[in-house]
Design a protein around this ligand. Structure first.
Ligand SMILES: Nc1nc2c(c(=O)[nH]1)N[C@H]1C(S)=C(S)[C@@H](COP(=O)(O)O)O[C@H]1N2
Ligand SMILES: [Mo]
Length: 193
């Protein structure tokens, strides 16, 4: 639920500041798709157009967002396609243990399959009743409310099913592989603890 306790070492800020690495991509519906590839159960690759994604079963969640650099924003309402829906439509091979969430410009975040499959993991199209803004990830943004923000790519384009773990963009740059805010898993050097 949103607006519960705040994880240790976080300070709450008002509003919804924008933070990401690199430029905001321009959306072109005719060139956009959402893909699932890698170790699918059938060996097939899946692809949905923007219109098809918008027609998938959707749900609403409330989430607080925790940036690993120490800021938290409270009470976001996200609407979109639950990750569980994608896992049902594009089943992973039984050997899949992790996924890589890919965004525009090669941004990526790796997740344990159980973190991706979690109840509140959602591919959001809307925030507080309105279409996501470009800065916050339009047209599709992954939200993983129980992990630090870098595990939620804005401008999501693909989910890769993996049979072993591989580090994503920030995970390769010194950020923690799991990113649990409640135990302050901010840095990769903590992984040996
Ligand atoms: N594509 C992409 N997604 C991204 C990032 C990024 O650099 N690129 N930064 C992440 C980080 S570190 C955070 S804290 C959140 C910030 O989301 P916001 O700008 O909507 O608050 O986006 C995440 N998603
Ligand atoms: Mo962040």
């Amino acid at each position: 639920m949103g607006s519960g306790p705040v994880p240790p070492g976080q300070r709450v800020v008002k509003g919804w500041p924008v933070s990401h690495y690199g430029p905001v991509p321009r959306f072109r519906a005719d060139r956009w798709n959402l893909q699932v590839f890698g170790s699918t159960a059938t060996g097939e690759k899946y692809s949905w157009t923007f219109g098809e994604v918008m027609a998938l079963p959707a749900a609403t969640i409330t989430a607080d967002l925790h940036c690993a650099s120490g800021t938290t924003t409270l009470g976001h309402e996200f609407y979109g396609v639950p990750a569980a829906v994608l896992l049902k439509l594009a089943p992973p091979d039984p050997r899949v243990t992790h996924v890589m969430a890919w965004a525009e410009y090669g941004y990526s975040a790796n997740l344990r399959l159980d973190d991706f499959a979690a109840d509140r993991t959602l591919m959001a199209t809307h925030h507080n009743g309105e279409t996501l803004t470009a800065e916050h990830g339009f047209p599709l943004r992954l939200v993983v409310p129980h992990l630090y923000g870098y595990k939620g790519p804005k401008w999501l384009r693909a989910i890769e099913y993996m049979t072993q773990d591989r580090r994503g963009f920030w995970e390769e740059r010194g950020y923690h592989n799991r990113a649990d805010p409640w135990t302050e898993q901010r840095h990769s050097y903590q992984e040996d603890e």
